[in-house]
Ligand binder design. Structure first.
Ligand code: NAD
Length: 476
């Protein structure tokens, strides 16, 4: 990649206003392997001005033109697919196979879904004599995290392009290489100048400047609840729309009579997947008290089978976590679990044996966890599972809902009807019934402090649209 020290503004790679840079560290080696430029207000102003100019014409493009543009983006993305997987693996530590089949694949999946939705999306509807039409919200700012970098970027850029918005992206400064490559893809795909702009930088500078910028109409943010609150505060003075996709502490309820082996194996693998760095990870495993010991044995087997190691090694199940900051945070939370009296049944503090370099965490399982313990309340963002025993279905539902978060949830029962019944009582934006995978045509987003936006499918379009009523549009 040749553009690391540049930004992409108004259809060209440009030099940053200032000279600040940041090293990009490979979490598997702890070594810096690239350097990016860090933006400041002047870069943001330039990018926003370009997006504002482009909005005048891009917002009036036809559905057909936008279908062609998205098709072109998808074609170039496919061409550079392997590069994308490698970029993600190096920047955030995902095993190469996972980076290809899950991380890079998510980007392609969302772009393809957006294209399908765009082909038939109803922008106009007539009610009585009124035309209710949906128009692009305007210039958007996108602030994205490092854990599923291409997933998050395409969840925002895709529907924005489809609905006629223009945009400025600030990828995570911790994992910026996939965002740089994505920007090359957008350029090669022929996205008109100013429609898509990219400025690298950190949260307190570029992120905060975008959030408060008077010429931005909407901020779509994915990241921690802490930063999401800061974005909303900064956006308040200009009354811009704010979509937040934040943290989670998702419950996984296993009801009596469920296939324990299948449900616990699946749930534990999902909790450890991506080294536990997924906002919707099933981190609180709720099991009937009289089945806790059996559940522990099944979960422990999964921990033992989880190969932690070099992302480039095909035998690796999970790589390191993204950074020293995350490593230290997870270690402190594991220590808190022990100190507060949870029963450690697998893993624990420190690196796995034989790994003395890289931010590797031992797949860790706690049992006898109470929902008031720190490890049950805080998002750990590492491969750490908490098993919480319960007595009755009502108690399981109460524990599941006793959290400030409400992103996802998982319910496994002997019958689909029983899973449906419990699923309806969970205060969360998503419920996976009996091990069902997510569906990109559904809606992704949370209740409570997990955020207020909805991504994916046609629901992802709605965040980017203003609703205009034209009364008397139809003749009397
Ligand atoms: N709900 C979801 O869809 C979803 C998806 C993935 C990750 N997440 C959450 O993201 C978090 C992990 O990601 P992270 O560590 O990169 O989060 P983070 O909040 O530290 O950073 C996310 C982004 O926000 C920027 N940022 C930080 N402070 C800011 C500020 N004051 N103003 C503006 N921008 C700011 C960062 O530069 C980065 O681009 C987890 O909490 C996870 O649950 C949520």
């Amino acid at each position: 990649m040749t553009h690391n020290l540049q930004f992409y503004i108004d259809g060209s790679w440009v030099a940053p206003a200032g000279g600040a840079t940041l090293d990009v560290v490979n979490p598997a080696t702890e070594e810096a392997y690239a350097r990016i430029a860090m933006g400041e207000r002047a870069d943001v102003d330039k990018a926003v001005a370009a997006a504002r100019r482009a909005f005048a014409s891009y917002s009036r493009t036809s559905r057909k033109e936008r279908v062609e543009l998205l098709s072109s983006v998808i074609a170039v993305y496919k061409k550079r697919y392997d590069e994308m997987a490698a970029a993600i693996s190096d920047e955030m530590g995902a095993p190469l196979g996972f980076a290809r089949d899950a991380q890079a694949a998510a980007g392609l999946g969302h772009l393809s879904q957006v294209l399908e939705v765009l082909k038939t999306f109803e922008f106009d509807e007539v009610i009585n004599r009124t035309l209710v039409t949906r128009e692009p919200v305007g210039v958007c700012a996108f602030i994205t995290p490092w854990n599923w970098p291409m997933n998050q970027i395409t969840c925002k850029v895709g529907p924005a392009l489809a609905t006629g918005c223009t945009m400025v992206l600030k990828p995570s400064e911790v994992a910026p290489m996939s965002g740089l490559l994505f920007t090359e893809i957008m350029h090669e795909a022929g996205v008109p100048a100013g429609v898509y702009n990219m400025v690298n930088g950190d949260g307190p500078s570029v992120g905060a400047t975008l959030s408060s910028h008077p010429d931005i109409d909407m901020v779509s943010f994915t990241g921690s609840t802490r930063a999401g609150i800061a974005v909303a505060r900064a956006a308040a003075d200009t009354v811009k729309r704010v979509a937040q996709e934040l943290g989670g502490k998702s419950p996984n309820i296993i009801l009596p009579g469920a296939d324990l082996s299948k449900a616990i194996t699946h749930g534990t693998r999902q909790c450890f997947s991506n080294s536990g760095q997924s906002c919707n990870a099933p981190t609180r495993l709720l099991v009937p008290r009289d089945q806790q010991e059996a559940a522990i044995e099944i979960a422990r087997k999964v921990a033992e089978q989880t190969v932690v190691g070099d992302p480039r090694d095909a035998a690796t199940t999970i790589g390191p976590v993204v950074s020293k900051v995350q490593f230290d945070k997870i270690q402190a939370l594991i220590e808190a679990g022990i100190a507060e009296g949870a029963r450690l049944v697998a893993g624990g503090p420190g690196r796995p044996e034989a790994l003395n370099r890289g931010y590797y965490i031992r797949p860790t399982i706690f049992a006898d966890v109470r929902n008031d313990m720190t490890i049950a309340r805080e998002e750990i963002f590492g491969p750490v599972l908490s098993i919480l025993p319960y007595e009755t279905e009502e108690e399981a539902i109460a524990i599941a809902n006793d959290t400030v978060y409400g992103l996802s949830s998982y319910v496994t029962a002997a019958s689909l009807d029983q899973a449906r019944k419990v699923g309806r009582q969970i205060r969360a934006g998503m419920v996976h019934l009996n091990g069902a995978p997510g569906d990109l045509a559904g809606a992704f987003g949370g209740y409570k402090q997990s955020g207020n936006g909805r991504e994916w499918g046609k629901f992802g379009f709605e965040d980017f649209l203003e609703v205009k009523s034209m009364f008397g549009f139809e003749a009397a």
